[in-house]
Design a protein around this ligand. Sequence first.
Ligand code: FES
Ligand code: FES
Length: 168
Amino acid sequence: MHFSTSLLFNLKPFPMPIFQLKINGKSQMVEADRDTPLLWILRDHVDLVGTKYGCGIGVCGACTVHIDGIANESCRLQVSQLQGMEITTIEGLSEYGTHPVQEAWKEIDVPQCGYCQAGQIMTASAFLKNNPNPTDSQIRNAMHGNICRCASYNSIENAVKVAAEKLS
Ligand code: FES
Ligand code: FES
């Protein structure tokens, strides 16, 4: 079959769907394919680059955000699943970086290269909301999905304990 050149050039791309998201308390309209991962919406569409890309397949925790207060890996969530939900990133956890978990992280001086730390803090803050007096093993269990290539695990565990004290 033969298509004339003019016919091919007249083809218009399908318009992309528009999604209304609530990110860090603000309503944001984004135009994207339905299956675009939330991680790329945050980083490329609304310029919230504190959320990091690590593995892209839900195993490192670097991209952790809160969805309706629960820690989730943003690389595994599609934009079309998230309308009407409260999305919170590290930028929205507190206005000036003064959330008790962030204060504890500073006090213990947790970060080394820092790459994984936004995800660690988002996991810890969601965990402590429902577990104000965690045991050591509960902390390890809650944090086990967040990998740190600098192996700052002892400092992370200590900082979670300090944060729990601050929150109590
Ligand atoms: S980048 Fe999402 S879990 Fe690793
Ligand atoms: S501080 Fe370097 S990856 Fe965790």
